[in-house]
Design a protein around this ligand. Structure first.
Ligand code: ADP
Ligand code: ZN
Length: 717
């Protein structure tokens, strides 16, 4: 029996007489003094356990059993990430209330024979008219349709005019129709779509990398794969990095298939979660669109997984079970004998390499749809044309925005920093305001009148006096965030209608949809945004994108800094000029000669990626080798150091195996915990999991120290 708890292993229970339990059944079992839900897992009970020590399974739940495929997937993810299987199972049981059979819904229908003496008032007549077709309706719906108060229905029931009935269950999702006509595909789109349809129709595992510049029509192409999957009678899953970005995506899906897909993300109400989970399990959600956790839903027969924007780091879950949803999507597809399609304008080096070596099939759309040109990208050398003192927009960028607005077109300023200023300094003594819990500066949020740590959420008021030297009103903001760019833009273009898009101003899908609509309807002239504006959006009137600090992502310089910066800036640039009007992109940089800027200016990402690959190959860096990180953390700094040192001493070695560290993590203190990192690097043909297991088994780590394992790390903070 596997329980959705971070226990090391499955537990054994006895099946009491009269109860039939099969692998996959959801069951209730006693654990300590409580009753918990779990899943009957595969494998034999431990023969060493005396039969009489076993406790009885209490009941089998009336829910579709967990499929063998999903059970194997849970085991696989647990093994790969070195997580307790129960912790992974918990992700697959994220809506426990869905395991209860849904309560039947009651409704009303017209009485077979209307009683003679009953009074038929005009309101009552309206109700009877609504019910005249003989169908039953739920009370709320009926009252609304007839325009009467619910009390009217009760009165009518007492008078024998209507009778209560149980309503037949309605399908929770209208099935999308694969055979509605989609847009006429261009020849190269058609070719790619046919290739994808063929892999889906084969009903066997295969992974395809679909690339093409932003706006080349990749979405329309994979919609055809979804259509084929529906014709095959199997489910399709589309993973998107941030569900907030999907408002426009959903409109397009609805236009193509005539129905909305099921959604899965963290903002769902518990009721929608329960119903969606149950619908998926019962095969009633033919297409599901979701964030990474949607991988763990109980699809009975998955035929296709699409991972859109596959290069996105948001697919990596960094807390709890640390896993990469893109990689696990490939695994889930393999276990399900399904097709997997990875989609990106700027694929990760990992996926590009897999395509190059033939592990993945590759499809490419060379040009933008409708003859739209790729935007012209120029670097603005901030050394030569710096902004005025205390400003952040250089004269060339200001001029370009002014011209764009004068033409009645839209412009966007991109800066991947929330708040007003990333750092606050005392003019008198030079003291910088730091988070008390983290190795991080406090970020000023001027509109909210406070300082905030973006790592732990700590907030405090902006101090009147320097906490270090006591000087009054001495603090000054250093550097820009989007709020500060907004201030500058307001002064420069007082007539322009401005909109800030950041995760704190656009908190969820509804707000994002409203913002997108306002932009599409030209109620906005200038958009100032963080990375939430970078991806996916199609804004037809947007022709200029200004990147306020193109060098930002290069700081810190971890393994993937350059790759990530190119990907992000290319995505941002791709928002410009998506229809007839040509787009222009200005990158403000202090290092315009940097290969990242050059790749963007010349629009030669392939050459950049090839150079990046050449840089990683000799040292066996991913994707040409494997990495796993250990993050040692404790509230007690000495304990963290000691454990990190012990792990360092016990580190594995040998041909093709190397351990770097221990070293303080760049975020050396996070939420009050001291953090040290070790990095295991191996040749690609050496699996890291057995090495990690043996390594961790050698070191006794005290209770106040946590060691987190991160296989295939993406972030290095
Ligand atoms: P990508 O996913 O590659 O960024 P999209 O699929 O979003 O590109 O396509 C860009 C724009 O072109 C969208 O507005 C889309 O509706 C439109 N488009 C793409 N292909 C076609 C087509 N064959 N016919 C009509 N419009 C298309
Ligand atoms: Zn903090």
């Amino acid at each position: 029996m596997l329980l959705p708890l971070p226990l090391a292993d499955a537990y054994d229970y006895r099946v009491p007489p009269g109860l039939a339990v099969r692998p996959g059944n959801f069951v209730a079992v006693p654990l300590g003094g409580r009753e918990v839900l779990g899943v009957a897992w595969d494998g034999e009970p431990d023969p060493a356990l005396p039969e009489k020590r076993l406790r009885n399974i209490l009941s089998v739940l009336d829910a579709p059993p967990m499929t063998a495929t999903l059970r194997r997937f849970v085991d696989w993810v647990a093994d790969y990430t070195l997580s307790p299987p129960g912790a992974v199972l918990r992700m697959a049981m994220s809506a426990p209330s869905a395991l209860e059979p849904p309560a039947p819904q009651a409704g009303w229908r017209r009485a077979a024979a209307l009683p003679g003496g009953a009074r038929i008032t005009p309101t009552r007549r309206r109700v009877l008219e609504v019910l005249a077709d003989g169908a039953a309706r739920a009370g709320g719906e009926l009252a609304e349709a007839a325009g009467v108060a619910p009390a009217v229905l009760r009165g009518m029931a007492d008078a024998g005019l209507i009778e209560p009935v149980l309503l037949p269950r309605r399908p929770r999702f209208v099935p999308p129709d694969p055979d509605r006509p989609g847009p006429e595909l261009r020849p190269e789109q058609h070719q790619a779509a046919e290739a994808l349809k063929a892999t889906v129709a084969r009903r066997a595992f295969a992974t395809t990398l679909l690339t093409g510049v932003t706006g080349s029509g990749k979405t329309e192409v994979y919609f055809e794969a979804i259509a084929e999957c529906l014709r095959q009678g199997r489910q399709a899953l589309v993973l998107l990095p941030e569900i907030a970005l999907s408002a426009q995506w959903l409109d397009r899906f609805r236009a193509r298939f005539g129905a909305a897909p099921a959604l899965w993300h963290s903002e769902l109400t518990s009721r929608t979660r329960r119903e969606t989970w149950r619908a998926v399990a019962e095969g009633e959600a033919p297409v599901l669109v979701g964030a990474r956790s949607a991988l763990f839903l109980p699809y009975p027969d998955l035929g296709l997984i699409v991972v859109d924007e596959e290069h996105e780091t948001a697919f990596k879950q960094e807390e709890g079970v640390v896993y990469h949803a893109r990689d696990m999507a490939v695994v889930r597809a393999r276990l399900s004998a399904a097709a997997c399609v990875l989609v990106s304008a700027t694929p990760s080096l990992e996926s590009a390499n897999n395509a190059q070596t033939g592990r993945y099939a590759a499809l490419h759309l060379p040009a933008r749809h409708g003859g739209a040109e790729m935007p012209v990208v120029e670097a603005v050398d901030l050394r030569r044309t710096p902004p005025e003192r205390g400003r952040f927009l250089s004269p060339p960028l200001v001029a370009a925005v002014t011209e764009t607005l004068a033409r009645g077109e839209q412009a966007m300023l991109f800066l991947n920093r929330r708040g007003y200023a990333p750092m606050t300094l005392c003019r008198a003594c030079g003291h910088r305001l730091r988070c008390p819990n983290c190795t991080a500066w406090l970020v000023e949020h001027r509109a909210a009148r406070r300082l905030q740590c973006h790592h732990c959420g700590h907030v405090e008021p902006i101090p009147e006096a320097c906490p270090n030297c006591g000087a009054a009103h001495s603090t000054v903001p250093i550097g820009p965030g989007v709020e500060r760019v907004l201030e500058e833009a307001t002064a420069l273009w007082p007539e322009a209608r401005l909109l800030v898009m950041a995760s704190d101003t656009i908190p969820g899908p509804a707000a994002a949809a409203a913002a997108a609509q306002a932009i599409q309807d030209r109620q906005v002239d200038l958009i100032i945004g963080t990375q939430i504006v970078a991806k996916g959006w199609h804004f037809p009137h947007l022709t200029l994108v200004g990147v306020v600090d193109a060098d930002l992502g290069l700081a810190g310089g971890d393994l993937r800094a350059s790759e990530r910066t190119v990907q992000l800036l290319h995505q941002v640039a791709g928002r410009a000029g998506r229809e007839e009007r040509p787009g222009r992109v200005l990158l403000q940089s202090f290092v315009p000669e940097h290969p990242v800027m050059q790749a963007l200016v010349s629009n030669d990402l392939d050459a950049f990626m090839a150079a990046e690959a050449d840089g990683r190959r000799p040292g066996h860096w991913p994707p040409f080798g494997r990495l796993a990180a250990l993050i040692v953390s404790s509230e007690d700094e000495r304990a963290a150091d000691r454990a990190a040192r012990d792990l360092g001493l016990a580190a594995p070695g040998g041909e093709g195996v190397e351990v770097l560290g221990p070293a303080p993590a760049p975020l050396a203190i996070l939420r009050g915990r001291h953090r040290r990192r070790l990095l295991l690097k191996t040749r690609r043909d050496i699996a890291v999991q057995p090495l990690l297991e043996a390594w961790l088994a050698k070191v006794q780590v005290p209770n106040n120290v946590r060691v987190q394992v991160d296989v295939d790390p993406v972030g290095f903070l």
